[in-house]
Design a protein around this ligand. Structure first.
Ligand code: GLP
Length: 241
């Protein structure tokens, strides 16, 4: 694991975007693994800026998102489809048909199977990840088997509390989600994980220095050959003790 510590969100986001730009430029048909949450927003802003400056072209890009809430329509203002359209896809020249997010509105088993077969056929060149305060990546909560593929998961109370800030109340936060599994994520050729702020410090410490255990899903990344962690001083405080 390579760890890069940044002074501010601006420089971190620019560096994160640069990894994606390099992959897009060096592949004829780049496949990007994308994430939601507040952490990657700055990276999407930088990618949009680069697109507007003519520095990157998304015409041949295909994307796969990590996860989607179950039980809300894709047009719901808090669906991850809406998040991605509003914060990224609507601002670049990507073909929207090339953007993939699990369909969590119909038959969930069928949706998971379909997503897995798509991921088998399309190797992700670069995957961006955030991390939950309980160490989840995508929506793989503690206890998720390392061998898991795309599946439906019940969200932890802590995850629902963390994400309640985006909803009117915690009761509105969905109880389930479809998520890429840990085995899907580990197949990505390159992974960048972004963690910002003191609230991520404990999860980051366990992920980097702790045992590799299903109780700390992100710890599986210790086994991936090409992971870069982009972080700030607040988030690595407990690492440097
Ligand atoms: C959600 C997402 C994760 C994300 C996490 C952290 O649970 N499913 O992919 O990493 O939130 O979100 P934030 O970046 O807002 O802290």
């Amino acid at each position: 694991m390579e760890i890069r510590i940044f002074e501010n969100k601006e420089s971190l986001s620019r560096a994160a975007a640069q990894y994606f730009i390099e992959v897009i430029k060096s592949n004829q048909k780049p496949v990007l693994g994308l994430a939601t949450g507040s952490t990657p927003l700055g990276m999407y802003e930088k990618l949009i800026e680069s697109y507007n400056d003519g520095k990157v072209d998304f015409k041949n890009v295909k994307t796969y998102n990590l996860d989607e809430y179950c039980g809300i329509d894709e047009n719901h203002e808090q669906s991850y489809r809406t998040f991605m359209n509003n914060n990224f896809f609507n601002h670049i020249n990507i073909d929207i048909n090339n953007t993939n997010i699990p369909n969590a509105t119909g038959d969930l088993d069928v949706a998971c199977e379909l997503y897995n077969s798509q991921l088998n056929e399309n190797e992700i060149d670069i995957q961006v990840l955030g991390i939950g305060t309980n160490g989840h990546i995508a929506f793989n909560e503690p206890g998720t088997p390392f061998g898991s593929k795309t599946h439906c998961i019940e969200l932890n109370q802590k995850t629902r509390e963390d994400n309640a800030r985006f909803f009117n109340s915690i009761d509105e936060v969905p109880t389930h989600a479809i998520t890429m599994g840990l085995a899907n994520i580990m197949k990505a050729k390159k992974i960048i994980l972004i963690a910002i702020g003191a609230q991520k410090a404990e999860a980051l410490r366990k992920m980097i220095l702790g045992d590799v255990t299903e109780d700390m899903p992100a710890s599986i990344l210790q086994f991936h050959p090409d992971v870069v962690i982009l972080t700030d001083r607040e988030a690595v405080k407990t690492l440097m003790k």
